[in-house]
Design a protein around this ligand. Structure first.
Ligand code: GLN
Length: 188
């Protein structure tokens, strides 16, 4: 199994380390020709969604990546990656808009933007959750399902082969959410 990690900006290297620990092959997607490689799943990392969105357009990756996801390519978005997947972003920011969630950016305010907690992730159990200027999911619609919630907010969801987390599983030592994504790919 080979995973492509979008590596334009943000915390992409950490996803690579997680996949290495799980024995999954991976490579970085930096330019259009990288999409010619064969891969089975895609990771959209955390970072700054406005910058990543702009780079996706500037490098002419936006449409091809969107098409791949809509065509069923399993995708895992963390934090800014979640915002990129969301069909609705509070404030109307443009996104790939493939997943039936509504994201609210920088949703915890300046002071509380970054924090660490533990809570239950459906199908896994209690996991560590690191939030950095994180969004949360205001609404999951269509056949999307909530997978995790903390402090009364939805922080992870899945819709078919799309997985999104408001927190950063790649920044903890816990590989179970990445394992969950690899199992999603195997099942797809
Ligand atoms: N605040 C960032 C955004 O709106 C997300 C932060 C992150 O990915 N850690 O894109």
């Amino acid at each position: 199994m080979v995973i492509g990690i979008l590596a334009l900006q943000g915390a992409f290297a950490e996803h690579g380390s997680m996949l290495t620990r799980l024995g999954a092959e991976h490579f970085q997607i930096r330019q259009k020709k990288d999409l010619d490689r064969e891969f089975d799943g895609l990771i959209l990392p955390g970072g700054e969604s406005t910058v990543m969105g702009k780079l996706l357009k500037d490098l002419d990756l936006f449409t091809d990546i969107r098409r791949k996801i809509l065509g069923g390519m399993p995708v895992f978005g963390t934090c800014a990656g979640l915002i990129l997947l969301a069909k609705e972003v509070e404030g109307g920011q443009e996104s790939l808009a493939t997943m039936s969630i509504r994201a609210r950016r920088n949703a915890y305010g300046r002071q509380l933007g970054s924090f660490h907690t533990e809570d239950t992730f459906q199908g896994i159990g209690k996991i560590p959750m690191t939030f950095i200027r994180a969004p949360y999911i205001e609404r999951v619609f269509d056949d999307g399902e909530e997978l995790a919630r903390t402090g009364g907010r939805t922080v992870a969801a899945r819709q078919g082969s799309q997985l999104a987390c408001a927190f950063h599983p790649e920044l903890t030592g816990d590989t179970r959410v990445h394992q969950y994504f690899l199992e999603m790919i195997r099942g797809s």
